[in-house]
Design a binder for this molecule. Structure first.
Ligand code: C2O
Ligand code: CU
Length: 616
């Protein structure tokens, strides 16, 4: 149940959107291979969708969630029953709103335990501790977003980082709420760490303890032990903590858990705050907890050193299967750009009074007003173009100092361009950061797949020499890769999941500005390699008048997903008089009131000719 609730942080009370009144939202517990059914009732005041981040949803992009990519939003008063099909994922994932900036407060953990009869590939932990890292804004974030959309400028930075919704002891009015985890000496705990924040890469560590990383993005890793982890928005880390301290001697048995921003570009605004929680031994004495120092705010090397330690587990039960042959190579440049300001001469608030934008291969993604999945399924023309390029339109020294770049490089084209793949294609994507308006890390996230991160480096990717150093033995298997500042990262995946899959930077402002694209994976020949049929009850378009052209290809008969171990998210609390839950497949009530919403600059505006030359 999505509804507003009042929360107070940093001495400011405000109404935020929540799920079941909780912030962070409720945890979904499941086992590997389960199918989870979640009824979402929108009792909030705006359109919303929910995404199950890192769940591959085989053949089921219908319920993936990104607004105007795979569905139209759930309007206020309406509801939607999502079917979440787990397959290979095991470990920690999360769910979040995938509309506007709603995920600021609408997010929660997905905990996927091993199948019955199987176990963790490490000693069973005594208990699990959720560590959801996020951000708090004193202001209403969607108002800040509207303002940024109007002016073409930055979205204001948050006022605090948070751990499980709390900024912690170092902030005013926050001491009482500080998250505390109590532990017993001699026991091992599994920390399920999620970076649910919108803008910040983070370092995280626990005073007096080291962390043994055993998984990331719901896949197991070779264990390694560190003082702190590094985690980008979208990623998860599973780490073991040995509670091996005693209260003998100087320590009082209380230790800070600390989360702090890593800012890869300190020329732009960033949140320079430290969130804390407390690890408390059963026999702790009163007093100030020990503190853990984390790497400096701009310590790029610390982030690279950590990331280089990630390796797939590669055991018999959890084998590695890196594609060695690549069918399609893509080089995708990531850039923060501008587009000309449409509000008369020089009234936007981006650099040089232009409107801020961001792009992939110099195309700034424009969100359509009907969803791409329906347009693809119904063969509706005019919603997207299938010509997202495999290369940037021009080569230059991508990571050179910005002052060496002519100003016309700042500008990007806009469009709704997608990449279409034949079923089963093995794709290698090299993400290349550019310094156009400042080099920066980018957590690139792909829906519908996890991928092997086979290589990464600083500078310009060299297609002749760099692949020789790829790790094709045990690269980490992730759904969100941190592309390093002024560097590159190479991923490989097999396009064996038919459907429509969003790919974007998980820094919310970059995604908002257009650092996004879509992969459409076509149906294969076998029944099990075709998309499922459109389920009934999907939300209607806010603009229902688009011409529906009959599908060019006839669709296969309905295929139901296997339904072992169905689980329901706990129903909304009593007393909130929810609408009756609808069964999966029952259409939601028609005629929900249309909602006026502020969108990106309207598509009706004539396309602005980019001053940058594109080859024909
Ligand atoms: Cu975490 Cu497109 O999402
Ligand atoms: Cu980015």
């Amino acid at each position: 149940m999505i509804k507003e609730a009042n929360y107070t942080r940093l001495c400011h009370e405000k109404a935020i959107l929540t799920v079941n009144g909780q912030f962070p939202g409720p945890t979904i517990f499941a086992r590997k291979g389960d199918v989870v059914v979640v009824n979402v009732y929108n009792q909030g005041n705006k359109n919303i969708t929910i995404h199950w981040h890192g769940v591959d949803q085989p053949r089921n992009s219908w319920y993936d969630g990104p607004e105007y990519i795979t569905q139209c939003p759930i309007q206020p008063g309406a509801n939607l029953t999502y079917t979440i099909i787990l397959s290979e994922e095991e470990g920690t994932l999360w769910w979040h709103a995938h509309s506007d900036y709603d995920r600021t407060t609408i997010h929660g953990a997905i905990v996927i335990h091993p199948k019955l009869g199987t176990t963790f590939p490490f000693k069973k932990p005594h208990k699990e501790i959720p560590v959801i890292l996020s951000e708090w804004w004193n202001a209403d974030v969607n108002l800040l977003l509207e303002e940024a959309r109007r002016t073409g400028g930055e979205v204001s930075i948050s006022d605090a980082n948070t751990i499980n919704g709390q900024p912690g002891d170092l902030f005013p009015c926050s001491r009482e709420g500080t998250f505390k985890a109590s532990v017993k000496s001699g026991k091992t705990y599994l920390l399920r760490i999620i970076n649910a924040g919108l803008a910040n890469d983070l370092f995280f560590g626990v005073a007096g303890h080291r962390l043994t990383v055993v998984g990331t993005d719901a896949r197991y890793t070779k264990p390694f032990t560190v003082d702190h982890i590094f985690i980008s928005p979208g990623q998860t880390v599973d780490a073991l903590l040995e509670a091996d301290r005693t209260t003998d001697g100087s320590s009082n048995g209380r230790y800070y858990m600390v989360a702090r921003t890593f800012a890869s570009n300190t020329n732009i605004g960033f949140n320079n705050s430290t969130a804390t929680a407390i690890l408390e031994y059963a026999d702790a004495r009163a007093g100030t907890p020990d503190f853990r120092n984390l790497p400096a705010i701009n310590d790029l090397n610390a982030s690279l050193e950590y990331t280089a330690l990630l390796r797939s587990l590669g055991s018999n039960d959890h084998p590695v299967d890196v594609p060695t042959h690549v069918d399609e190579h893509m080089l995708i440049t990531l850039a923060v750009n501008v587009v000309p300001c449409e509000m008369g001469n020089g009234t936007c608030e981006g650099p040089e009074r232009h409107r801020l934008a961001a792009s992939l291969n110099n195309i700034s993604f424009h969100l359509p007003s009907v969803d791409i999945l329906d347009a693809y399924y119904g063969a509706v023309r005019g919603v997207y173009e299938a010509d997202f390029p495999n290369k940037p339109p021009f080569a230059f020294n991508f990571t050179d100092d910005i002052s060496n770049l002519p100003t016309e490089r700042w500008f990007t084209k806009r469009g709704t361009k997608v990449k279409v793949l034949e079923y089963g294609t093995v794709v290698e994507v090299v993400f290349q950061d550019t310094a156009i308006l400042g080099a920066e890390n980018h957590p690139m996230h792909l829906h519908g797949f996890a991928f092997y991160v086979v290589g990464r480096g600083i500078g310009n990717f060299n297609e002749t020499t760099d692949p020789a150093a790829y790790n094709l033995i045990d690269p980490p298997f992730q759904n969100t890769v941190t592309v390093p500042k002024a560097g590159w990262a190479a991923i490989r995946f097999r396009a064996a999941n038919p459907g429509v899959w969003f790919m974007h930077c998980h820094f919310e402002r970059h995604s908002e500005w257009g650092m996004d694209t879509v992969f459409i994976v076509k149906d294969g020949k076998a029944l099990q390699s075709k998309m499922m049929r459109r389920p009934p009850g999907m939300p209607r378009s806010v603009r229902p008048s688009l011409p529906l052209v009959p599908a060019a290809v006839s669709r296969p008969p309905p295929l139901r997903p296997p339904l072992p171990g169905r689980r329901q998210l706990s129903p909304p609390p009593v007393g909130s008089s929810p609408p009756r839950p609808s069964r999966p497949g029952r259409p939601s009530p028609p005629g929900s009131p249309a909602v006026t919403r502020l969108r990106r600059p309207p598509p009706s505006r004539p396309p602005v000719p980019s001053p940058v030359a594109h080859p024909p």
